[in-house]
Design a protein around this ligand. Structure first.
Ligand code: TAP
Length: 487
């Protein structure tokens, strides 16, 4: 690797320096709202470069773990301050790079700052318990120790929040990290890494290598010096990473897809249910893992709910997320747009009725981007592809049911179990939902999307490897328990 000044091509950050890949290969990062706007170039790095980053991380971790939690926290607080000072610039880069609207990008960056501060504080919280020994002359206690080097593999849909909710806990508990961001959002992450650089983290503690998942992600999965991998992304990729880690005895954490239902009971506040459905399904162009994709409505209120939903959907302004007044941006990439259009066709083929949207948007302001209309299907049955597979786009499947029991059966009739919500004013319905809904996040009278940084987050069934991220729960993955017996 040769050291270069960082220009339009965003370099790797390894052992405290920005370095060019020997591959010489780059890919342009294009604005999905206007592909004539090139944000910069992302390097397609090599397996060898990934392994070098891991080797540096391994050396650096030995001194990093010796610092007190308080001292490690100081670096996180500094990174938060730097990120805060660059919030507007980084949010704008996020909007240009992956399309979510500027207010959403600003909100996400602010969330990243809050997560850094939360985990900075973790450096002063307890890392063990005293357990009474059967030997009255002995002291027995537990302590938490870092894993070592953690590989971080992230998706493009939350380019700031997801990397930070993995990196911050990894670092505070004494691990070093090598992060491989999604190609579609690598420049935004490079800017976040610049904040870590400015915060003065010791060389080698934080490293970033960009490139293709099948090269860099695979290299992290296979490297025996990577002690744990934390991954968020699709099920297919996640399972491969899990198998690779299992084969060599590394710890892994996988957060994957969702097919999140909303149940609207006959006794629901319909206006609230409509607003929350719109927000859950169409914000971020439906590209949240917790996005609402199935709306299961009791027959007594179905027509009212549907009419209000259609009226509100018609008000949605779609366009370049940098422009004020735009509520929904483009799909993040051409392939994502094609996936959404493919599922819309599938819905029509399988007999669902298209009520709204269904098309790629064309014309002035749209032709150079990947815009799709907010889309609603009705007459959807649970066995249809659009009711079973994750679309990751602004598509709602409306399902009518004649009882809440039926609604819950359908809500659970998918392989995923990430988030779910119900709208009802009946306490018994709420409690049944909490008890029987197979999802890691259940929300009542609130949209399916939305997590709080201080609370555990993760899925059930095929949505997760069953560990949890965020809040205190992150400690479970990023540390091992050591039981100590002293006599
Ligand atoms: P993926 O295509 O799975 O990509 C995720 C990351 O894995 C990217 O960095 C990707 O690199 C990398 N990768 C690809 N192939 C790999 C391999 N063979 N080995 C190791 N890494 C590899 O997902 P995506 O399209 O970015 O994100 C959308 C998915 O993420 C959806 O399914 C969504 O539900 C899920 N998601 C889940 C959550 C939670 S918390 N459950 C949150 C957000 C998103 P490239 O960029 O090179 O492809």
């Amino acid at each position: 690797m040769t050291v270069e000044t960082k220009k339009e091509t965003y370099l790797n950050y390894v052992n405290g320096a920005w370095v060019a890949s020997t591959s010489g290969e780059t890919k342009p990062s294009l604005n999905p709202a206007n592909t004539k706007d090139v944000i910069g170039y992302v390097q397609m790095s090599t397996k060898e470069e990934t392994d070098q980053a891991v080797a540096h991380a391994k050396v650096a971790q030995k001194a990093w773990k010796k610092l007190s939690g308080n001292d490690r926290g100081t670096f996180l607080y500094k990174a938060a301050d730097v990120l805060e000072s660059r919030l507007d610039e980084i949010a704008e880069c996020m909007t240009r790079e992956m399309g979510k609207t500027l207010p959403e990008a600003k909100g996400e960056t602010a969330r990243g700052i809050a997560i850094l501060r939360y985990y900075a504080g973790e450096g002063l919280r307890k890392v063990g318990d005293v357990i009474p020994s059967t030997d009255s002359k002995a002291l027995m206690f537990t302590s938490r120790v870092p894993l070592g080097v953690v590989g971080v593999i992230t998706p493009w849909n939350f380019p700031v929040a997801i990397p930070i909710w993995k990196m911050a806990p990894a670092l505070i508990y004494g691990n070093s990290i090598v992060i491989k961001p999604a190609q579609e959002a690598a420049i935004t992450l490079a800017k976040v890494i610049e904040c870590f650089e400015e915060a003065g983290f010791p060389a080698g503690v934080v490293n970033m290598v960009t490139g293709s998942g099948s090269v860099i992600g695979q290299a992290l999965t296979d490297n025996p010096d990577v002690n744990g991998i934390t991954f968020t992304g699709s099920n297919g990729v996640g399972k491969g990473i899990g198998q690779g880690c299992l084969a060599r005895g590394a710890k892994y954490q996988l957060e994957m897809g969702g097919k999140n239902p909303v149940i609207v009971a006959a006794d629901a506040d319909i206006d609230l249910a409509v607003d929350s459905t719109i927000s859950g399904a169409f914000r971020s162009t439906g590209q949240k893992c917790t996005a609402t994709s199935r709306v299961i409505v009791e027959a007594a209120v179905y027509e009212t709910f549907k009419e209000k939903l259609l009226a509100k959907t018609a008000e949605i302004t779609v366009g370049d997320g940098l422009e004020s007044g735009i509520w929904m941006g483009p799909s993040a990439s051409e392939s994502q747009l094609n996936t959404v259009l493919h599922y819309i066709e599938k819905g029509k083929e399988e007999g669902a009725t298209l009520l709204a949207g269904g098309n790629r948007l064309t014309g002035e302001g749209y032709d150079n981007g990947f815009f799709v209309e907010p889309t609603i299907f009705e007459n959807v049955t649970s066995d249809m592809t659009i009711a079973q597979e994750e679309i990751f786009g602004p598509v709602i499947a409306l399902i009518q049911v004649n009882s809440l029991e039926n609604a819950l059966t359908i809500a659970n009739d998918v392989e995923f179990g990430l988030s779910a919500s119900i709208f009802t004013s009946n306490i018994q319905s709420m409690l049944s939902f909490v008890e029987d809904m197979e999802a890691g996040l259940v929300r009542i009278n609130s949209e399916s999307a939305g997590v709080e940084l201080q609370a555990p987050f993760g899925g059930m069934k095929q949505s997760s490897s069953h560990s949890r991220e965020q809040g205190e729960a992150a400690k479970e993955f990023f540390t091992s328990i050591k039981t100590v017996f002293v006599k």
